[in-house]
Design a protein around this ligand. Sequence first.
Ligand SMILES: Cc1ncc(COP(=O)(O)O)c(C=O)c1O
Length: 358
Amino acid sequence: MQPVLKEQIETPALLIDLDILERNIQIMAEFMKNKNAKLRPHFKTHKCPTIAHKQISKGAKGITCAKLGEAEILAAAGIKDILIANEIVEPSKVFRLAGIAHSDAKITVAVDNAENIADLSRAASIIGSTIYVLVEVDIGMRRCGVTTPNEVVHLVKKIINSEGLVFEGLQAYEGHLVYKTDFNERYHEVQEIADKLGEIRAVLTQNGVSVNEISGGGTGTYNITGNNTIWTEIQAGSYVFMDTVYNKLGLDFQDSLTILATVIHKHSGYAITDAGFKVCSVEQGQPQIKDYPDLRIEELNEEHGKIIDEKNELQYRQKIEYVPSHCCGTVNLYDKYYCVRNGLLETVWPVSARGKSQ
Ligand SMILES: Cc1ncc(COP(=O)(O)O)c(C=O)c1O
């Protein structure tokens, strides 16, 4: 009996290089050690409780997620401190949220309007649970969140006076900055946001309210937001896998996530693979091919990849690996990871929260 070689895995398949994954988790854990902020990595990237537990075992305080369905998977997997960094507003979902909070997990959610606060309080009171709440501040992304200190104070007072709710702090994610390739630009814009958040915190303190947490930060800014600024939690997600877009920032993390594909047709000057956009997210651009800098993916169709291969480096039935442009979008296309170490298949992990968008 022989171990399974990476090249023997049927394609298309989503691969994790375990050595690189573990190194990425370790590098982030080392950076965050002894910092004011704690790591609360984002689950949307890997959607895999096994990886969440690895992050926690290396010092992460809890896990961030975007969706209620993800929070349910995390709670069922025994994660005890879960932040949904997003607004949950549909009445049935508000009750589901209050239901998870009834378990032994601490559940925190973002809010940005008074009606939602009233709904959360009602659901928590009826279910008999406690929901921790962050007021989301729009710090330039123009997504959810309120913008002025007065609006924040107004919502915080409502939370404090609401049965079943505990005001925990602010949700402040600088998503409009995380992909900026110029470090100085990222650095200065993050500092400006930190000043703005400092003003909001000062106004709350003047009103007798203490702010326990200021949560935000991504892979592109962790070494700024996480470096003893005003943020107390860093929500970085992509650092575990990386992708071609984040690679442009020159961070310390390496690509641990690839898509294994087979060349199913070879023609002079180009090759066709069995991996199209149904197995590789392209909303941030075409993937690159690992170890072949001269090859270029011209396009991905539904089930085919067309690779320009002017030097005819590829051969019929050869297995190659794509590095996706967006790791998070790609993972959601798969049910499982094939986890490889030193070229051998070691284990298979489920993408348990795949498609858990409700
Ligand atoms: C709320 C929130 N926090 C943090 C992140 C950071 O994720 P990443 O590290 O993958 O950029 C995201 C990314 O979408 C996000 O939406």
